[in-house]
Each structure stands twice: as structure tokens, then as C-alpha cells.
Design a protein around this ligand. Sequence first.
Ligand code: PGA
Length: 300
Amino acid sequence: MHITIRQLQVFEAVARHASYTRAAKGLHLTQPAVSMQIKQLEGSVGLPLFEQIGKRIFLTQAGEAMLRHAQTIIGHLAAAREEMDDLKGVDSGRLRISVASTVNYFATRLLARFARQHPGVKITLDVTNRETLLQNLERNLPDVVLMGAPPKGLDLQADAFMDNPLIMIAPPDHRFAKRRTIALGNLDTETFVVRESGSGTRIAMERFFNLKAFEPFATIEMTDNEAIKQSVEAGLGLAIVSIHTVELELAAKRLIKLNIKGMPIMRRWYVGHRRGKRLSPTAQAFRQFVIDEGARQAVS
Ligand code: PGA
């Protein structure tokens, strides 16, 4: 059966009006053109679709069945057109975002503001550490990622949007709490509560320790910034964390920042996506929104 959409549209109009003449008018076609389309359709189907009794035309049984299918196909086409039109706008569609767990401290605030501006967008947020996030990117799962500096080898379009200073935190009663400057070497009897390997924070910390030829006395590993903060508060040890994770605790003086020489470790947050990826208008809008928000915060 070689049936065209146009034939189905003409057929549906004739069936709806029960008239070739009225269908022709509605479609801005001549009556013979309409008859020709119906004849061709009947030819492809191999059955008559209309029968004429007196002056009126009626659908045959095959015509009734064909009409049901024609309506479904025309309905689907209209829905497809609507959905495509929606995707051309930034206020609809889906946005899949992956963020490094440390980013989550401000990512949710960013998302809340973006969602208020674009209430029709369906957002999914995946929070994971740096290593898993890179694996997700390889598998083309997220539209956009927020992370620390991406590795060189990956084919990413990545733009820095905000500073990410890493600081050393301690409980308020730490013996060095009041010291103006502390050499890392003075902390060689301390236990450090550290992130799991695969974490960007952990990589940056190890790089800093190597640079200073420093070896912590003991380490306790945790996969969660919250657990690390609570452990430090409880006196389990010291930790190096992004300043974004401890803003509230520093303000409430539940934790303090130690003034270590060479710190903070200055890192930056990046918004990125696979270079070949065709970002939807929604994803492009989010990417730009993150860059603009970063610039706004740097100024304020
Ligand atoms: P993470 O943060 O330590 O939560 O993986 C990402 C990063 O700093 O790159």
C-alpha cells in the first residue's frame, strides 16, 4: 500500500463533510483534485471507501476502518508538530544535569532560580563524585555537567564560571585556631578526614600535599562532605574541603578555617558538555544562565 499523508487528509475531510464539494472548499482544492486523491487512495487500498446512494455519499465498512486509522495518524502528526515546536523554545523540554557532589551545595540554589524562570522544563539532577561524573559524560547521559577542572583528554566544551577555594577546617578549639600562619609540616601528628579516591577535592588535596612533601600521620576516608564536616566538628581530625560546603558552619563558628601557608588551594568550577553534543535550547539556556550567575556572584 502506497498511501500519502495528503491522501489521508483529503479522505478524512471528505468523510467529515460527507461531501466532495465541501471537502474541496475546506482544503482549497478543486473538486476533481479531491476525487483524484480518493481514487488513488482506493486504488492503493484495493477497496472502495465511499458509496453513493442517491445524492449522498457514505463510508463503506473499509472506509470506516480507514477513517479510524487516518484520524489516528493525523492526530499523531499534529502531536509531533506540537512537541517539535515546544522543543524549539527554552521553556519546555528536559534538562539532565550531573553535578559533582561538592557542587551540590550551590547547584540546588542555581536550579531553583532557573526553574522559576523556566517552569515548564523537566529537570533531573544527578549528584555524584568527579570520577562517576566523567564516566556519565563518556556515556552521553547528562546534557550539562557542573564540575571541577575537566581532564585534558576528554573532548569537552568547558567554561569556568566560579572560583572554588579549598580550605582546611578544624574544630573551634583546635590548638592552632588562633595562629596567623601555619606551615603544613606542623600538622604531621594530625589525623585527616579525607574524601574517597575519585573525588576532585581528594585529587587536589593530594596534589597539594605532594607539592609540600607532606605525609599525613593518619587518614580516615569518607564519601560524603557532610560526614566529613560532622567528623571534624566532633574532633575526629582535620579536613580539606571546598569553602562552598562549610559556609553555614563557618558563620555559626561550629568550624574554623586554619590559616595554612599556601592555602586556599584555588580551583574553579566549570560548566561543560561533550563537544559534539547538540545542546537543546533549554540546555543552552541553562549553560548561559550558570555562566551569568557565576559572573554576577563574582561582582556582588
Ligand atoms: P568532588 O568535587 O570532590 O565532590 O568530586 C568535584 C571536584 O572538586 O572536581
